[in-house]
Design a protein around this ligand. Sequence first.
Ligand SMILES: Nc1ncnc2c1ncn2[C@@H]1O[C@H](COP(=O)(O)OP(=O)(O)OP(=O)(O)O)[C@@H](O)[C@H]1O
Ligand SMILES: [Mg+2]
Length: 323
Amino acid sequence: MTTTTVPDIDTLRIGVLCGGDSPERPGSIASGEHAAKALADTGIATELIDIADTSLSALPGRIDVALLGLHGLHGEDGKVQGALEVIGMPYTGSGVLASALGMHKPTFKNLLTHDRIDTPRWVVVNPDISIESTLSVVRHTLAYPVFVKPSSGGGSLAAGIAHDEATLRRMIEAAATDPYAEYMVEEYVQGIPCTVGLVEVEGRLVTLPVHDVEAKNAFYDYEAKHDPTLRIEHCPSILPAPITESMHYLARRVFQMIGAHGVLRVDFLAAANGRVTVLECNTLPGLSQRGNLATMAKAGGIPYPVLMHHVVRTAFTKPTYLP
Ligand SMILES: Nc1ncnc2c1ncn2[C@@H]1O[C@H](COP(=O)(O)OP(=O)(O)OP(=O)(O)O)[C@@H](O)[C@H]1O
Ligand SMILES: [Mg+2]
């Protein structure tokens, strides 16, 4: 997997990029602050950089490598990665193509479907198609309740359940005025939210223990993701081994399928009948010390500061064939 020599990261100036103008800005600040502190505490020259007030063109000469603590649009979707490629700045995680594929859920789901991997059935809410047509397609292809989410969202922001057509209509009308522009309607799957983290450790892709959640709200929403009293987590998961093993297998297939690099989190729902369905993947998973990736790494025997070191190294191991 390794294509270049990894420099001694203790000698590098690391810029932890976070913030920006994504709807997921608060989560990104948390990722950046935790990662920067962990690296600085191990004696590495680290600078926390909010890309909302720093031009990427100012980075060369100031830092040697960019650790990406960005999430969501304009950070996780390949645009920042492309800009960093152009200025020759090494950056952590996936390249341009995998980032874009991972961000746009309908495109990602098309790839899954092509590979016969289970993902909830879906209908894209195209802003150029009338609401009547969309409601009619949903009526004929899915059954209520349905799950509504932005095509390029994250953090459960702007997502929700529609139990009937009138509610779905209101959600689509409201969506027309928000920054996500494109939404999707998915088959509602009653199941336990699970996630699997993958991280490259010394040239080897390590699959971390499955993390599962019992959310006290109607689903694993933004509130439950940020308030530990609204969820019960298990890592390693308490689900039966055939379920967790199939998630491990699928997470690695997803990694390969999108051409991810270095680190990835793949999200699933585990239904009571044994169905395991892939919801989405995160090419820049949250890096906060309290986040799922850090929890999974800890359960897998990788302490948080060590995890951050592994993530930094991924900036220097990207195969040149990955766009
Ligand atoms: N099709 C679905 N059926 C039922 N619940 C769903 C469905 N899709 C999503 N959910 C609920 O919403 C949560 C978030 O979904 P998803 O992972 O797709 O969103 P996200 O905003 O990209 O999340 P992340 O925080 O990982 O970026 C899931 O854990 C689950 O609780
Ligand atoms: Mg998710």
